[in-house]
Design a binder for this molecule. Structure first.
Ligand SMILES: [Zn+2]
Length: 479
């Protein structure tokens, strides 16, 4: 039996997080706003108005192109009209870029299991405006123009992905990168990152590109994975049965987890593209481009690699710490204030601080607990001034008040009790109060020791040095 492999390319539409729309001053992000409240004559296509290009859109798109390793960011590019009729497209055309886009070529690399990675080529990256939204309500169709003119980057990959999982991985890395660059919130449920998948199959080892189908309307990474998986299986079934694959557009139905045929795919000729006569060519002077690119941060995978090389962190830690840029910044700031091993800071960040971040629903940069505070707490524990339990407590106290950890320790007398005499007194009292447990211990059930340690810790209000408590108890019980 023939073995098949899948050939997958993804087309993404990325909503840039500019304040205003691409060609007018209307608010760009209308999430949660009533329909048709962020609109004006320009974005609703009334006669006699002219579009004015939003500079921030170009700047964010250039950052993305550079992060995609674009072969060239064009000094001169053009806008084009893409003509089609649809109720939610009031102008009857969409302003996009076509034959002379902002950037050409490029790739994005993402790691696969183990040490391998996959490099995906970017064949197309251009800016364009969004269309409105049609809402179906029983037997009526309602139109919301709020989304008309929202700035988008359209980005298309080459047919380089080989499985539904790889497609999902690509999207996870792209979303990370968009947030990292600060150019899009990339929330799929809010339509800020939309994806269509092109899927075909071929016998393994072959180089041909067979007719592909396009999957539309997936609104989560899980749905994309499921839809592509289902489509690969369908195509293998069809081809094995001797039928051919036609270039359909398919709609993913989340409820039933099935694909439905929408229509035969349009070809580019249907759009009758021509240069947009209302806009000048877009010129990106070298000096402007340099200024924009000066703001390009070190990218997530490069930073992940550096965290391993420079700080000696395990790859697992480096992966978590670079999932999000503000967390990576937080780590490096805390580490620079800490003289010890990077792994100490990493452990606290990955466990307790990350838990705090998630429960508060903020990012690391928004914590009142600064990187300096965290370093101070880890130092206090390292010096044995406080124990780890007090340290965990302090994280939350500092987060609430913004006070320095040392000041709280001093004022509330939280320093750990390492005075052997004092601990001996407490331990003796605990043993005297619990003769039954003492007898149990002495009869050979030494696991009771842990319970005794807990009692002494409680009596000391959690301040005792647990290591010392254990030693003191052991010696008293031996007597
Ligand atoms: Zn407008």
């Amino acid at each position: 039996m023939t073995e098949f492999e899948a050939v997958i390319g993804l087309e993404t539409h990325i909503q840039l997080n500019t304040r205003s729309k691409i060609f007018c001053g209307c608010k760009a992000d209308s999430w949660g706003d009533p329909p048709n409240t962020n609109i004006c004559p320009v974005c609703t296509g009334l006669p006699g108005v002219l579009p004015v290009l939003n500079q921030a859109v170009v700047e964010k798109a250039i950052l993305l192109a550079a992060a995609m390793q674009a072969d060239s960011i064009q000094e001169r590019s053009f806008f084009a009209r893409k003509n089609y009729f649809y109720p939610d497209l009031p102008k009857g055309y969409q302003i996009s870029q076509y034959d002379e886009p902002l950037a050409r070529g490029g790739w994005i690399e993402f790691p696969l299991e183990g040490d391998s990675s996959r490099r995906v080529t970017i064949t197309k990256l251009h800016i364009e405006e969004d269309a409105g939204k049609t809402v179906h309500e029983r037997d009526r169709r309602l139109i919301d123009f709020n989304r008309c003119g929202v700035p988008l980057v359209e980005m298309v990959t080459g047919p380089d992905l080989r499985s539904a999982d790889e497609a999902a991985q690509y999207l996870i890395r792209l979303r990370q990168l968009l947030r990292w660059l600060g150019i899009s919130e990339a929330d799929m449920e809010r339509g800020q990152l939309r994806v269509d998948g092109n899927v075909s199959i071929r016998p393994k080892g072959s180089n041909v590109l067979n007719p592909k189908t396009e999957i539309k309307n997936v609104n989560s990474i899980e749905n994309l994975r499921d839809a592509i998986e289902a489509e690969i299986k369908r195509q293998i079934r069809e081809v094995t049965a001797g039928r051919t694959i036609e270039a359909w557009t398919l709609d993913w139905d989340e409820e039933t987890a099935t694909l439905r045929k929408m229509r035969s795919k349009e070809t580019e000729a249907d759009y009758r593209y021509f240069r947009e006569p209302d806009l000048l060519p877009l010129r990106v002077e070298p000096a402007w481009k340099d200024r924009i690119l000066a703001g390009l941060p070190e990218l997530p995978l490069a930073r992940r690699r550096r965290f391993v090389d420079q700080y000696g962190l395990p790859l697992y830690d480096a992966e978590i710490l670079t999932e999000e840029r503000s967390l990576a910044d937080y780590f490096e700031q805390a580490q620079s204030a800490y003289p010890g091993e990077a792994k100490d800071i990493s452990n606290w960040l990955m466990n307790d601080v990350l838990r705090l971040i998630r429960s508060l629903g903020v990012n690391a940069g928004e914590l009142k607990l600064t990187p300096g505070h965290l370093a101070e707490i880890v130092i206090l524990i390292g010096e044995k001034t406080i124990n780890a339990t007090t340290g965990k407590d302090l994280l939350e106290r500092v987060q609430e008040s913004g006070e320095s950890p040392a000041a709280i320790v001093e004022r509330e007398n939280l320093a750990q009790v390492s005075d052997e005499g004092e601990l001996q007194c407490i331990a003796q009292a605990v043993l005297a109060e619990n003769p039954d447990q003492v007898a149990t211990y002495r009869s050979g059930k030494e696991t009771v020791l842990g319970w005794f340690v807990g009692q002494v810790m409680r009596k000391s209000q959690g301040k005792a040095n647990p290591q010392l408590v254990r030693e003191v108890l052991e010696s008293l019980l031996r007597e």
